[in-house]
Write a protein that binds this ligand. Structure first.
Ligand SMILES: Cc1cc2nc3c(=O)[nH]c(=O)nc-3n(C[C@H](O)[C@H](O)[C@H](O)COP(=O)(O)O)c2cc1C
Length: 243
């Protein structure tokens, strides 16, 4: 069995990063009147789980949605440690999807992935006037969880999350840490009471995952459900009579 612990070994991380190397594996639902392009905000903070963010971005962009991305400093470190990403752009974040596109499609998808500096609390996503269909913090560190719960808007990621809450838009927090201390639990309670959805990467095994991709898709599919984005990822349990 391969060791997946890559924190201190970026070369090993790149070597093992099947997600960042593989092509997009599924055809997304086509854009139809029932599935029109929408606009989402994605925050990546410094918790383990870069692959979740990459997979989510690829699916949203494949489907023609616009994604506003903000990555914290430690989020950048995680993207490097776990996926070897040095410069954040469409090609590095979604390599399989990028390779599948023509030059024109690349230009279109690049335009739809808008990267905002985390220091810029004056960016559009910091304002309630900027309309969007929901924000996901994936992965969300305990530090960002706490900052959002206390209403600290000192960086763009936490400010955009606060604004999403005040505008009563979906805010999905994919917090990754274990075990949880009481502070994390209380911060989750605060955010849940304020309207956020706590959706920790917490895979079910009832669909009998065969790969890390399947495990990632389980969480990403849940997030897409919460955003009301169509997908064909395997997340849903279907009843079978016990033999
Ligand atoms: C390699 C690495 C992995 C980490 N994994 C986690 C994690 O899974 N969950 C977490 O809450 N913090 C994790 N941390 C710690 C956070 O990155 C740290 O608390 C940081 O201040 C978070 O800042 P941010 O929320 O602005 O990104 C990790 C740090 C490093 C360097």
């Amino acid at each position: 069995m391969k060791c997946l612990h890559t924190e201190s070994n970026p070369d090993a991380a790149r070597e093992q990063s099947t997600v960042s190397k593989r092509p997009a594996k599924k055809t997304p639902p086509t854009r139809t009147a029932a599935n029109p392009p929408r606009r989402f905000v994605v925050g990546v903070s410094g918790a383990s789980g870069a692959w979740y963010a990459q997979r989510l971005l690829a699916i949203l962009l494949e489907q023609g949605h616009e994604v506003h991305l903000v990555v914290s400093d430690y989020g950048k470190r995680l993207l490097f440690d776990e996926s070897g990403i040095k410069t954040i752009d469409l090609e590095s974040m979604c390599p399989g999807f990028y390779k599948s596109l023509s030059a024109t499609q690349r230009a279109d998808a690049t335009r739809r992935l808008v990267l905002h500096p985390n220091k810029d609390v004056g960016a559009v996503i910091a304002s309630g006037s900027f309309l969007h269909d929901g924000m996901v913090v994936i992965p969300c560190s305990s530090s960002s969880l706490g900052a959002i719960a206390t209403g600290s808007g000192s960086n763009l990621l936490t400010r955009a999350a606060m604004v999403t809450l005040k505008e009563r838009r979906p805010l999905i927090i994919c917090h990754r840490e274990m075990p949880l201390n009481l502070i994390d639990i209380r911060n989750m309670e605060t955010l849940a009471l304020a309207g956020a959805t706590i959706c920790s990467p917490n895979p079910g095994f009832y669909l009998l995952p065969k790969s890390i991709d399947d495990i990632i898709d389980f969480t990403v599919g849940k997030v897409l459900d919460l955003l009301k984005v169509d997908h064909d990822l395997k997340t849903r349990w279907e009843h079978h009579d016990a033999e």
